[in-house]
Design a binder for this molecule. Sequence first.
Ligand code: SAH
Length: 327
Amino acid sequence: MSLKDRIVAEIQATGPMTVARYMELALSDPEEGYYMTRDPLGASGDFITAPEISQIFGELCGIWLAENWYRQNQPEANLVELGPGRGTLMDDVLRATRHALEFHKHIQVHMVETSPILRAMQQEKLKAAHPYITWHERLPEGDRPLFLIANEFFDALPIHQYIGEEERKIIVTENGLEFQPEHGAVRETCPCGIEIVTRIARRIARCGGAALIIDYGYRQGSGDTLQAMRRHRYDKILQEPGKVDLTAHVNFLALAEAAKKAGAKASSVFSQREFLERMGGRMRAERLARPDVLLGYERLVNERQMGGLFLALAITPERTVAPVFEE
Ligand code: SAH
């Protein structure tokens, strides 16, 4: 039975389906889930991400992480990436920090990836990048300080949608899958994202470290942000589950609140542009003196493109200030 038929059968058996359940199946079903069956990135794929546009992105993330590690007295630590895609971001992070005060000697690298296809690409790309790299299905527990990066990871996690007090659900009609008709403003929650950020923040509060979360997002009042992408265009959400990328914008204030509640410090929410510019990205791009590098960098910081739509949040221990995030 195809994934769509299984979704229809589940609704017929148990009633209208939440958006979260639908996203979970469409993205992560072991046989036909979107991420489980393909490499969605790049020009020939469905969407492109910052590290695939410019090496400057990953380099600056790496320098930021190493600077935090340095300020916290160079502990034996874990360097973790959530949802590493093709491995490009980690490759750039490791290259940019290769000569940074023995950072490499003091870290173990942990990749959290559920897709077997992307995991294989990451292993190939990173085989000579660091002597200690392991892969996990979920964020591992531990006692070492945690230096973590997540770019376009939280937007792939299942969300719930509400209209008033009612949860928005999906039903089967003679036309196929449809949203149950409801009227009013949509509100979204992402319990899965809150749980992960809580675990990260608790660990950083207890053991030290720093996390950098960058994603498509909003500060408050989202409306309906669920969207489907195929071949760099918007597509239908319910027509072909497993064949299109589904994402929702990330509620950054909710992540920041959860991090504070867990005992860590959450920075104010920056735009990607502010983060990259304050990190000296423009100078770095100009120094490389290649037109393609400058153009790529422009795309990352342009207010009306990724620079404004993407937001950045830093999580660090209480009583520390995250580099460049200070007001
Ligand atoms: N960070 C990369 C890729 C972003 S695409 C970049 O910036 O290019 C989203 C990534 O998250 C993919 O690698 C996908 O397989 C992974 N992913 C999605 N849901 C996941 C989950 N629940 N657990 C772990 N990885 C997940």
